[in-house]
Design a protein around this ligand. Structure first.
Ligand code: PCA
Length: 324
């Protein structure tokens, strides 16, 4: 009798340990940007779709605008398994490997076709790097092309000299340095305060972030330099996704594929719509002078050389794949 009971319990324990998730689960998911932002809205739809397909078996609970983890902590929180999934600005990981920063290189990919080609070249490399850290890509969505926001007209690179310049990653910091500006790292939700307190007086970011932060309250000019198309990425901890049963995991992957397609389309729509919102609110929107654009391109070319030197053969292979 005793033997039988032990065996039965043993078998039961083994079957529980081996069986995939059989009950409903909640995933806490940190994101860095505000609720008004199109990335956040897209992820909200992603979470709704997962809940719908799984009949509520998996609830993804968003913690937006850096409320659960500060932006620079999000990738680490997913890696360590503190949270199963999260969103962050992909090129923030460039300090780990230059491959992560390719989409933030000035003037390497400046329209959506180029951004797609770059993502196709970048994705396998990034997939492998994340896999080593126990993480997987769910989807990645680009920001609109990055433009220059200032409190005065900018006709040449010289006009940027000495400006207190808001940056969001090391690559942009380098760009600001080379332009002679004075870079300061500021997270997107803190932009209005940084301008209103005089900590910064210029920035490069998308029309989306300009609108999210009501840029017309504190600056006057938007120069449409369309310098690069950086991406956000949504990743998942590999152990966490393996714990799901097959049907739930399929639901997450299929909702992720829809979110990627929907996000790329939304990003392109945002570009024109939000430049118009900037104009409607009184910001002076201008095309860059040839002299300004040439000066910025020169800085971009120097940065690409630096990147190549740092990224070595793997970087060269990625650029070759991109050029195909
Ligand atoms: N907005 C984010 C990243 C790129 C963008 O367009 C930001 O400014 O922080």
């Amino acid at each position: 009798m005793k033997h039988t009971l032990t065996t039965t319990i043993g078998a039961l324990v083994a079957s529980i340990a081996l069986s995939p998730l059989a009950h409903s689960a909640t995933w806490d998911m940190p994101t860095p940007y505000p609720d008004t932002n199109f990335h956040t809205k897209n992820i909200t739809e992603f979470a709704e779709e997962v809940a719908k397909i799984t009949d509520g078996e998996l609830e993804i609970k968003l913690h937006t605008a850096g409320s659960l983890f500060k932006h620079p902590e999000i990738s680490k929180a997913v890696r360590s398994g503190q949270v199963p999934a999260g969103e962050f600005f992909l090129s923030l990981l460039a300090n780990e490997n230059p491959a992560f920063g390719a989409d933030s290189l000035p003037f390497l990919a400046t329209d959506y076709d180029q951004a797609t080609a770059l993502w196709n070249a970048q994705k396998p490399v990034i997939e492998a790097l994340l896999e080593e850290q126990g993480m997987q890509i769910l989807f990645s969505v680009p920001w609109p092309p990055q433009g220059l926001y200032t409190t005065k007209p900018i006709a040449t690179v010289d006009d940027l000299k000495g400006l207190k310049f808001r940056t969001y990653n090391a690559t942009l910091e380098r760009f600001a340095d080379l332009a002679g500006a004075a870079p300061t790292q500021v997270e997107a939700p803190d932009i209005p305060q940084a301008f209103s307190t005089g900590r910064v007086e210029a920035m490069i970011t998308s029309p989306s972030t300009g609108v999210d932060s009501t840029a017309w309250d504190f600056l006057t000019h938007y120069t449409d330099i369309q310098a690069w198309i950086p991406k956000n990425i949504v990743i998942v901890n590999t152990r966490a996704i393996r714990k799901l049963d097959d049907a739930t995991r399929d639901a997450v992957m299929s909702a992720a594929a829809s979110a990627e397609a929907r996000g790329w389309a939304a990003s392109q729509e945002e570009t024109a719509t939000n430049v118009q919102v900037l104009k409607d609110n009184g910001i002076i929107v201008v095309e860059p002078s040839e002299e300004l654009q040439n000066g910025l391109r020169e800085i971009g070319a120097a940065m690409l050389d630096e990147w190549r030197a740092e990224a070595g053969d793997a970087g060269a292979a990625m650029l070759d794949a991109y050029a195909q």
